[in-house]
Design a protein around this ligand. Structure first.
Ligand code: FEO
Length: 394
């Protein structure tokens, strides 16, 4: 994509990555992504905000050449992760007069990762400003969106916030601004769920920190820009502040059908009791969908058959993931079948120490579920519905 003017002398110069399908060798990207980089020309100085993922660096350089940018004074690194900072060596080589502007912690990370000499950096303090001549950049420390070194950059005169990952979405799109709010809401929620959710309390502080800034445009470094900032700020506020919904998330694995039968019975029972269930077969599911479901869930029930002496390995993977994402679930339980014994419940419980949940007694059955097992699942459905009711969720 060629450079696009956002305002006079402010350009989007980043790259759209239509075909990328996995991030961090972990996170599915069903809709691709973009690495947004922004060029701002002031009366005296020129700044580049964030760079691009190294495989797309030629797009960035081509865009800068098309704009006849022969000199850059400041390259702002809001975040040290390589999808935004990975082109640092080439950018600083091409523009030898440029200073890399970032937090002191970000400087350390960039030196560690990219071996940049210390003399190329200019570190900034929280709320420090930098004049470009008629245009002023203000740097706002905002740790944990999504690493501890992150900051936001605010262009005062135009009231544009450049928050890097914060408020972003993995979405490849030709539209410069959000046009389909439903699509962007889904992509932004997926992004929040996968990388921001563990830092919910820090995000609350960051939202408080920016609430008195007048913001006309949010220009993140992934996905389209927000000409209506209240849309994405409101979404974030609901994700980090709201109580969970009357929702059970039920990730499961079934090898021979017994656990699947238990899952079907429990899902039916919960539904009849007015509880929404989101069921995920871990053999085929998109883990991003599971992460998104966890944003609003009050309860997680894991459906786990016993393999040898413990849970199926896919279950431990999902439990580890849920533990790392720290969703605001309040209750948890386990269902599943076994052949002769094992420590399935103990091993799953040990995998989720970060989840501050009340455990509702599990239901395990030997072999295929019989009438008594199905009755135990009905009792579990009763217990979950009662917990949700007592918590004011129904
Ligand atoms: Fe888009 Fe945390 O990097």
């Amino acid at each position: 994509m060629k450079p696009r003017e956002l305002k006079k002398d402010i350009y989007c110069v980043g790259a759209i990555d239509w075909d990328r399908r996995l991030f961090d060798s972990l996170i599915p990207l069903p809709d691709g992504t973009s690495y947004n980089s922004y060029l701002i020309k002031g009366g005296e100085k020129t700044a580049l905000i964030d760079t691009v993922d190294p495989p797309m660096k030629e797009v960035l350089f081509r865009n800068l050449e098309q704009l006849n940018i022969s000199s850059i004074d400041y390259v702002i690194f809001n975040h040290a992760e390589p999808d935004h900072s990975g082109s640092i060596r080439e950018v600083l080589e091409k523009y030898p007069e440029a200073k890399a502007v970032c937090t002191p912690m970000c400087k350390g990370m960039l030196m560690d990762r990219f071996m940049i000499p210390e003399g190329r950096f200019k570190t900034v303090a929280d709320k420090e400003t930098l004049s470009l001549g008629g245009r002023t950049l203000e740097f706002i420390y905002a740790p944990w969106v999504h690493w501890p070194e992150t900051m936001l950059t605010y262009l005062r005169e135009e009231k544009i916030l450049f928050p890097c990952d914060f408020f972003g979405s993995h979405l490849a799109a030709t539209d410069m601004y959000v046009t389909d709010e439903g699509q962007v809401y889904e992509a932004a929620k997926r992004y929040y769920a996968e990388i921001m959710m563990p830092f919910r309390l820090q995000i609350q502080k960051n939202l408080e920190k920016i609430k008195d800034y007048k913001i006309d445009v949010i220009a993140p470094s992934h996905g389209p820009m927000h000409a209506k900032p209240e849309f994405i700020i409101k979404a974030y506020r609901s994700w980090v502040y709201d109580e969970p919904g009357n929702i059970v998330v039920l990730p499961f694995i079934s090898m021979h059908g017994s656990t699947r039968r238990m899952v079907a019975h429990l899902v039916e029972g919960l539904s009849r009791r007015g509880v929404t269930v989101k069921q995920f077969d871990l053999a085929v599911t998109d883990i991003g969908k599971l992460a998104m479901a966890l944003v609003d869930a009050a309860t997680i029930v894991v459906g786990a058959p016993t393999v040898h002496a413990g849970p199926h390995p896919n279950i431990i993977y999902a439990a580890f993931l849920a533990n790392a994402l720290r969703p605001k679930v309040k209750f948890a339980s386990i269902i599943g079948s076994y052949g002769w014994g094992g420590k399935t419940v103990e091993m799953i419980a040990a995998a989720i120490p970060n989840l501050k949940v009340e455990i509702i007694p599990p239901v395990l059955c030997k072999g295929f579920p019989k009438e008594a097992d199905l009755q135990a699942l009905d009792n579990l459905a009763d217990a979950i519905a009662r917990k949700h009711k007592d918590a004011g969720l129904i």
